[in-house]
Design a protein around this ligand. Structure first.
Ligand SMILES: Nc1ncnc2c1ncn2[C@@H]1O[C@H](COP(=O)(O)OP(=O)(O)O)[C@@H](O)[C@H]1O
Ligand SMILES: [Mg+2]
Length: 279
């Protein structure tokens, strides 16, 4: 990838410029070889592992900070200096770039659906035309996965061979007011999903953040047959929690779980009243 020095500062509001200090990684008005875009994404993530990255778009510059707010199969979300924003940058491959462009194409429809059904979803502020980045309102709070794990809705069960899997927590936990409120909100989402299967596809717990006790739907990307069908079978909250267990096993395989404290053998009593096994 050719690195362009920042000599000409005459930027128009239509332009997009990605830079590190005054070194330009990408400028939309200069010719770029499209086949190099995944390499550019790789450079962006690499720089963001230790240094801020500036993005100029729509006539303004934002500084993306080298911290990860969260990551999924297709993208990594970073915070922005001094603003309540999150920037999603796709993983460095074509499919992830196309998925982000698709997110941009459906964002307005999803926001309308959320408004009509009183669901919380962050505002989508900008999608790059090529799918290099998206700027969204930032939701501050843990993922539903982290909340479920920290509250004991799902627990890690150690196997005799030292491996572990997930199971549901105790009846008592499920009835606590905070958990009951989250499960009630998910039950509503399941209901809304019946008429909005395409816009509300993947109910995986990493696609929701919890802030002030409210569940925010953050990943508006299209979902695919496996996930769509899996959540179609969900009729009630018990079914939903079974799907959550299988999603957690999937996240475990893909390295998408928060770091979990080791489940010491003396903590196994935690699982004594486990309701359901993940197998
Ligand atoms: N608006 C946001 N504010 C804060 N964190 C976010 C936001 N959107 C996503 N995240 C975090 O980034 C993670 C990955 O985002 P997501 O859109 O689900 O990516 P993917 O398409 O790869 O699944 C989420 O699980 C969440 O932790
Ligand atoms: Mg996701």
């Amino acid at each position: 990838m050719r690195i362009v020095q920042a000599q000409d500062a005459s930027l128009t509001p239509q332009e997009v410029l990605l830079s590190i200090n005054s070194i330009h990684l990408y400028r939309s008005s200069t010719s770029h070889q499209l086949e190099n875009l995944p390499l550019l994404l790789e450079q962006m993530h690499q720089h963001l592992s230790s240094r801020p990255l500036q993005i100029f778009y729509q006539g303004r510059t934002i500084t993306i900070l080298p911290q990860i707010l969260g990551q999924g199969t297709r993208g990594i979300v970073y915070p922005v200096l001094g603003e309540n924003l999150g920037v999603k940058i796709p993983k460095p491959d074509w499919i992830s770039m196309f998925r982000l462009r698709e997110e941009g194409e459906r964002a307005i429809q999803v926001e309308n659906m959320a408004r009509e059904n009183s669901l919380d979803t962050p505002q989508n502020l900008h999608f790059d035309r090529l799918g290099l980045f998206a700027v969204k309102e930032r939701v501050s709070g843990p993922t539903l996965t982290e909340v479920f794990l920290s509250m004991g809705v799902v627990v890690r069960v150690m196997q005799p061979d030292g491996d572990w899997h997930f199971a549901l927590g105790s009846h008592e936990t499920m009835r606590s007011p905070h958990v009951a409120s989250l499960l009630w909100q998910m039950a509503r989402l399941i209901q809304v999903r019946r008429n909005n299967r395409d816009l509300l596809g993947d109910l995986g717990p990493n696609n929701f953040l919890v802030s002030s006790g409210r569940i925010f739907y953050v990943d508006i990307g299209r979902s695919f047959e496996g996930t769509l069908v899996r959540y179609d079978a969900v009729q009630n909250i018990d079914d939903y929690l079974k799907s959550v267990l299988s999603d957690l096993e999937k996240y475990k395989q893909r390295g998408l779980l928060p770091s979990l404290p080791d489940l010491h053998p003396t903590n196994r009593f935690l699982c004594k009243d486990v309701l359901l096994s993940a197998g």
